[in-house]
Ligand binder design. Structure first.
Ligand code: GLU
Length: 502
């Protein structure tokens, strides 16, 4: 990587849904490599498989990439000299290269019926062969292929695999060789005229002058095919680096299906897509920091880095070969640290994003002004994710009548010891009504004075108020809780709570 100015990398998602968290790790490593070398990060949408296309997923992927801060230099919306960046807009380009490869004899039209292909599969199984497709002899000519297609036969184009082993020189895994007898003539153009992923990907990597292909290890076995296409088309081979697979802590592969499995078992589905983490109240800073350590390590105990640090430290040489484990507890710890470290303005921006993408949250919270949101954030310092803020301060944003009293809290704090908590509330009511200065400091002072007067603990005064106004035993400090709520709401809620005790 000496000629650093020429580094060109790409992320090439297929629009089949939201961006998977593993895809985000691929984005990050590509992005870091480009930024480190002052290179170019390209975003290319691989949308030639119409059967797997999911409506609106491009917009969602772009939106989540932006949320992560993974900006692209060339691609949708950004433009660039190697466009268009949607494969579905490049069909003429693939046609040209396909004609070229057909004319050269390195590829051929293949016209087997479904039944013939099935028979080949069965024969290969019987004979315990790795490859199933048997190249016809003699091969159909280009003219025969075209004619068959014209009359509506299902005709595909296959690459004629050279009878030789193919070695991938991988920057992470070293040399990986696939023996010639494992490589069969595979399809490069489907019967609908669309190129397959392999063909489109190779043509684009070449025309977009991609120098390094960093992608998940699940693509490793595709790479010999890609090299074969490059050779047939006279393209050079970029450098390859296949990133370790991401596993759950129980050793199973982390996949989108984990969500369905959890739902079937009646469990809360785990976050899998970037959007899930975003909607669950994680910070992009923490997610990226965590993802950076899935397969890569800086070589010492350092664990917390922002993108600038990561960019300066990142090298492919320090990406390991072994599988990475997705430790959710660790991510939660990272998020807690990042929440505590981020400047207030940045935290507010991230919180507003969280509110904007969660329409089921209380409208009064979603529409609250910056000043109130900042106070709420401040009052909840120490939270793990933004969702914790809802647990701790959500009661501020519901109507007085809608407060749900947690029966356990009522029992423990209000009803226990012969309704001691309710009695305390009754005693407090006039004092709160008459307090002149409704500020956190003077409200805390009032609670202290009452503690001294009654010779009781802080909790015996503060907790009944807390339960009365929030419905639970968790809220910010009592002074802050009551100031955020305001005098009228506080008194109304205490009144309602007392009326329900009778
Ligand atoms: N569209 C492919 C995918 O989403 C890209 C693979 C590659 O990076 O070559 O898996």
């Amino acid at each position: 990587m000496n000629d650093s100015n020429r580094v060109r990398v790409r992320f090439a998602p297929s629009p089949t849904g939201y961006l998977h968290i593993g895809g985000a790790r691929t984005v990050l490593f590509n992005w870091l490599l480009a930024r480190k070398h002052g290179g170019t990060f390209i975003l290319r949408i691989e949308d030639t498989d119409r059967t797997r296309h999911v409506e609106d997923s491009v917009r969602k992927i772009l939106d989540d990439l932006r949320w992560l801060g993974m900006n692209w230099d060339e691609g949708p919306e950004a433009g660039g000299e190697s466009g268009p960046y949607y494969q579905s807009h490049r069909l003429d380009i693939y046609k040209t290269h396909l004609e070229r490869i057909l004319e050269s004899g390195a590829a051929y039209y293949s016209m087997e019926t479904r039944e013939q292909l099935e028979a080949m599969r069965k024969a290969a199984k019987r004979e315990k062969r790795n490859v199933t497709y048997v190249r016809p002899s003699p091969l159909p000519t280009v003219e025969e292929g075209r004619k068959a297609r014209d009359v509506g036969h299902p005709v595909v184009v296959r690459l004629k695999m050279p009878n030789e082993d193919i070695t991938v020189r991988d920057d992470i895994l070293g040399e990986v060789t696939l023996a010639a007898d494992q490589l069969e003539d595979f399809v490069i153009q489907k019967s609908d005229g669309f190129p397959t992923y392999h063909f489109a990907c190779v043509v684009d990597d070449a025309l977009m002058k991609v120098t390094h292909v960093l992608r998940g290890q699940e693509h490793l076995m595709n790479t010999p095919k890609h090299i074969a296409i490059q050779r047939a088309l006279g393209f050079s081979t970029p450098r390859y680096a296949h990133l370790p697979v991401i596993f759950n802590m129980d050793g199973s592969k982390m996949s989108k299906r984990d969500k369905e499995k959890a739902i079937k078992k009646g469990l809360q589905p785990p976050e899998i897509d970037v959007h899930d983490f975003r909607a669950a109240g994680y910070l992009p800073e923490a997610v990226l920091n965590f993802l950076s350590l899935l397969g890569w390590s800086p070589g010492d105990d350092l664990e917390q880095f922002d993108l600038d640090r990561l960019t300066s430290m990142f090298t492919i040489e320090r990406v390991g070969k072994t599988n990475a484990r997705f430790d959710r507890e660790k991510l939660l710890a990272f998020n807690t640290d990042w929440s505590a470290r981020l400047p207030d303005a940045r935290l507010l921006e991230a919180f507003k994003d969280y509110l904007s993408i969660n329409p089921e949250l209380p409208q009064s919270l979603r529409q609250a002004d910056d000043a109130l949101l900042s106070q709420v954030l401040d009052a909840c310092r120490g939270f793990r994710t933004f969702a914790d803020i809802l647990t701790k301060a959500g009661f501020l944003f519901v109507d007085n009548e809608a407060i749900q009293y947690d029966p356990k809290a009522v029992k423990k704090v209000l009803a226990k010891n012969d309704n001691a908590g309710y009695d305390m509330l009754r005693a407090l009511q006039p004092k709160l009504e008459s307090i002149a200065d409704w500020s956190a400091v003077s409200l805390e002072e009032l609670v202290h004075t009452i503690c001294e007067e009654k010779e009781c603990k802080m909790g015996q005064v503060a907790q009944p108020i807390r339960v009365a106004v929030s419905g639970s035993t968790i809220s910010p400090s009592i002074g802050v809780t009551l100031t955020l709520l305001g005098r009228d709401c506080t008194l109304a809620r205490i009144k309602r709570c007392l009326s329900e005790s009778m």
